[in-house]
Design a protein around this ligand. Structure first.
Ligand code: UFG
Length: 325
């Protein structure tokens, strides 16, 4: 059985769906601080916090867990700057508790949800995995610390791990069962689609004077279904012995904020107000993955390489979400 922490979150819930489709048995754990209970598609669900060691112990006693996929973490960059304590406790201490429970129960396989935030400002593009790691926010620092803890544990205690560094997760389950739903929303594509839907007055572009072709930031948008698929592949390859390493997950192609806005207008067929604003502190001008290693070693190939197609799945989900509210 596979324990998925953070299974009620955006990427966790899509990964559970992919695991169930492959016939894996799954138990989800989530404290529901930001996740949604209805996103958990597996039968077994435990509402618990990784900081609650007794609850974790009960989970490992009750279920025959063989591997862990670990998503549970706070994920907002800005919030982590304002309140780092929540990040160091939830992300780092939570992971230590999880690893203790794993060791106590002889569970030695973990796929870890990492982030492009470990790199900080890129020195080269596209970014390879061995790029210097200079995270700019407490959030990014916690992700790097957790990778380093996993590496040390793999040497000392022989656990096996794979860290997956996501670039910009986007899109939603094409079947519309689950999707992206953050409150408050801070991510570009859902914000732009909210403006298209009419529940947001305008979109503000954070910075139009970057050293990029149109002056706005460039990001690598990777579909959440492709991310989910990579977790399943990482788990399987880890079991075959390919472990204790990190992979970038991105398409390798960047799109600017203005391009995303134009693509959203095209996909939705709607126009809305766009305002040029100042830079958001901490944003690197461009983040684009070099995904060669994941393709080569995991046999991973992103299916959604077209930005408009990614946006279409997000738009279908948003219309469903708001029509039932
Ligand atoms: N942006 C706007 N207007 C908005 C929202 C976003 O112009 O209203 C811009 C941002 O300034 C940025 C781009 O759109 O240039 C993408 O912003 P997001 O907030 O959607 O995503 P980030 O690239 O900031 O964050 C992502 C992940 C984080 C991860 C980070 C790594 O969501 O988890 O990449 O830097 F930490």
């Amino acid at each position: 059985m596979i324990l998925v922490t953070g299974g009620a979150g955006y990427i966790g819930s899509h990964t559970i769906k992919a695991l169930l489709e492959r016939g894996y048995r799954v138990v989800a754990l989530d404290n529901l601080s930001v996740g949604h209970r209805e996103f958990v598609l597996c039968e077994d669900f435990v509402q618990a916090d990784l900081l609650d060691r007794a609850a974790l112990e009960r989970v490992f006693e009750k279920y025959p867990i063989r591997s862990v996929i670990h998503f549970a973490a706070r994920t907002a960059v800005g919030e982590s700057v304002e309140n780092p304590e929540i990040y160091y406790y939830n992300n780092v201490v939570g992971t230590l508790n999880l690893l203790s429970a794993m060791r106590a129960h002889g569970v030695d396989e973990i796929v870890f949800s990492s982030s492009a935030a470990v790199y900080g400002d890129p020195e080269v593009l596209p970014i390879p995995e061995d790029h210097p790691k200079r995270p700019k926010s407490p959030y990014g620092k916690t992700k790097l610390m957790m990778e380093e803890i996993l590496s040390d544990y793999s040497h000392a205690y022989r656990i096996k791990y794979v860290a997956l560094r996501y670039f910009n997760a986007a899109g939603s389950d094409p079947e519309g069962e689950i999707g992206e739903w953050h409150d408050p929303e801070t991510h570009l594509i859902p914000i732009v689609l909210e403006a298209a839907y009419g529940i947001r007055d305008h979109v503000e572009i954070f910075g139009t004077d970057y050293p990029t072709p149109d002056g706005t930031c460039i990001r690598d948008f990777i579909h959440v279904v492709d991310l989910a698929e990579a977790h399943v592949l990482a788990l399987e390859k880890m079991r075959e012995g390919k472990a204790n390493t990190a992979y970038n997950l991105g398409t390798g192609v960047g799109h600017s904020v203005r391009e995303v806005i134009e693509a959203c207008k095209k996909v939705t067929g709607r126009d809305f107000k766009v305002v040029d604003g100042p830079r958001r502190p901490g944003d690197p001008p461009a983040l684009v993955a070099d995904p060669t290693k994941a393709k080569r070693e995991l046999g991973w190939e992103p299916r959604y390489t077209d930005l408009e197609e990614i946006i279409s799945t997000a738009w279908a989900w948003m219309r469903k979400l708001y029509s039932r509210r």
